[in-house]
Design a protein around this ligand. Structure first.
Ligand code: N01
Length: 528
């Protein structure tokens, strides 16, 4: 008899809801969390300016209607401290902490085919057995740590955005370097520029950033609270798991040029990631994509006073939205400040970090602080960081040529092991909260179904899995996504096989497939 029915790994948004859902259903469930507190991503990523790029009204749980009514977001896009307070509040409200083992990193999972149990191994060597394991380990939780020669010899302070100290870091009067201009870098740069003596940004690939138009949430929240159930239903059936202010989504080819630009204007003025839904086929039609890309380039030229600098900040080498777009609050304007310098690494790559600063070519710039905002080993990193075995094979080995899953939920040969927002599900292409809730509820329903039938084992049929792997790859190939060297493709991790990791078909389509599979007696899964 196993120690537990279910072990959940991770106490972020996904793990917490999974614990709550299974506890309500009467499963003996325990959560292991590597950190000392709930929150996952939102616990660790506390760098200056950290903020969600999905609107607060959407980036919240829908499973608890009272919580929906009682919680009051203050801003259109919540900052990290507010999101962490929310997660803590949920943990307290549902008394979740008593079933969470903090400061306990899981390093191994071993499935015994004879007993049908998983042995879960912690960093300290403790072993716990369980019938089911649910990895709620996050999509962007294992940092990419690019090698910078000399970093260890730097005599100043070094901070990684994903592991920012919890105590205040005083950057006033300091010469600060930031390496990386994805979402984390961009938010850090915008927040610290007014504070530091001098900021030098080391940019390799310029991002496309759209304005957030962030501000107090105002009456919008009260209005949505009156119709939250219907509102959520629309989001669950949308492309991205969140909705745009106007739901109209035209095909580019149906629009006259002036009308197409008017759509871009509307989205730009509204702000946020909905810009990439200006046209239904923005990420498929190269012409639509180029129009949107050129639109952003023109906006950058408007915002940055120095034309040569504006050009360096202008993305040209990849389609817009093929790398995750950034949502900014005054990012480009930062470069109009006298205390900010941009170093274009395409012109002068970093040769090494020296004890006093950073050397590019023959130039050495001196710094007091280096901030690294260099991204994550996305989607598969956290799973591959655990030695997951089924007696014969390791999951990492099986996934050497890219993840192999059925619906992003399970992998053949690894029974009773689920992933929440795993690779080959919409996950990072969606509002994570919508996708998390869908997976938690889908997995919970399946466990109830197994229990009701007196069954205790489930795994994908290899043919169904192959089919899904093909669907994920084929649909991605219909888009412009593969044209960018992005973390969606695993391109930021040396040696990682380049395959498109999430499912591009959208949250609503994915839900239809997932619901259909469940209704058809879990078609494509072997239940035993
Ligand atoms: O990471 P990234 P991130 N030398 O991979 C550069 C979510 N998120 O942490 O593009 C020099 O996007 C790299 O350059 P390049 C969101 O989904 C959300 O910023 O590889 N530079 C790039 O500029 C996001 O997309 C929020 O050429 C190097 C940067 O580092 C995802 O997390 C906030 C380098 C990495 O950018 C990841 O974002 C934060 C090297 N050796 C994160 N290696 C919000 O909700 C890498 N770079 C707003």
């Amino acid at each position: 008899m196993a120690d537990h029915d279910v072990v959940v790994i991770g106490a972020g948004f996904a793990g917490l809801y999974q614990l709550h859902a299974l506890r309500e259903l009467g499963f003996d469930t325990v959560v292991f969390e590597a950190g000392p507190e709930v929150g996952g991503t939102w616990y660790w990523n506390r760098y200056p300016g950290a903020r969600c790029d999905i609107e607060s009204i959407e980036y919240s749980y829908s499973f608890d209607p009272e919580l929906e009514q009682e919680w009051n977001w203050t801003e259109r896009y919540a900052a990290q401290p507010e999101i962490l307070s929310y997660i803590r509040h949920v943990a307290d409200r549902h008394d979740l902490r008593r079933d969470i083992r903090f400061d306990t990193r899981i390093t191994g999972l071993d499935f015994d085919r004879d007993t049908g149990e998983w042995t879960v191994v912690t960093e300290t060597g403790e072993r716990v057995t369980t019938r089911f394991v649910i990895a709620a380990t996050g999509c962007l939780s294992v940092p990419a740590k690019p090698r910078f020669d000399g970093l260890a010899d730097f005599t100043g302070e070094v901070y990684w955005t994903w592991d920012w100290p919890s105590e205040k870091v005083d950057l006033r009067g300091k010469r600060v370097a930031v390496i990386g201009t994805g979402s984390s870098g961009l938010q850090t740069i915008t927040a610290i520029a007014p504070e530091v003596e001098h900021l030098t940004v080391f940019q390799r690939t310029p991002p496309y950033a759209v304005p957030a138009h962030n501000g107090p949430i105002g009456p919008a929240l009260a209005e949505v609270k009156q119709r939250y159930p219907e509102y959520r239903e629309v989001s669950r059936n949308s492309i991205g798991g969140a909705q745009c202010a106007d739901l109209e989504l035209p095909f580019f080819a149906d629009l006259e040029p002036r009308a197409a630009t008017a759509y871009l204007d509307r989205r730009w003025d509204h702000g946020g990631l909905c810009f990439q839904q200006s046209f239904y086929d923005l990420i498929q039609d190269p012409q639509a994509n180029e129009l949107a890309a050129e639109y952003v380039r023109a906006r950058i030229r408007e915002k940055v006073k120095d034309p040569a600098l504006a050009e360096k900040l202008t993305p040209r080498s990849y389609p817009i939205a093929a790398k995750r777009m950034c949502v900014d609050t005054g990012y480009y304007e930062v470069y109009n400040r006298d205390n900010v310098t941009l170093v274009d690494l395409l012109e002068e790559p970093i040769s090494r970090i020296t004890p006093r600063g950073i050397r590019t070519g023959d130039t050495e710039r001196e710094f007091d602080v280096i901030v690294l905002a260099t991204g994550f080993d996305a989607m598969t990193g956290a799973l591959n960081a655990i030695d997951i075995r089924n007696g014969e094979q390791s999951l990492a080995r099986r996934w050497a040529d890219g993840p192999r899953t059925y619906l992003g939920l399970m992998s053949a040969g690894f029974p009773n092991l689920f992933t929440i927002t795993g690779p080959q599900s919409p996950a990072v292409l969606s509002n994570m909260l919508t996708s998390i809730e869908y997976h938690v509820e889908w997995i919970s329903d399946l466990l109830v179904h197994l229990r009701a039938k007196g069954l205790n084992r489930v795994e994908p049929d290899p043919a169904a899995e192959q089919n899904w792997v093909d669907i994920v790859a084929d649909t991605a190939d219909l888009t412009l996504f593969p044209q960018a060297a992005s973390w969606y493709m695993g391109a930021n991790i040396p040696g990682k096989r380049r395959v498109f990791l999430p499912f591009v078909g959208g949250v609503g389509v994915y839900k239809q497939i997932g619901d259909g599979v469940a209704i058809a007696d879990y078609h494509g899964f072997e239940l035993a």
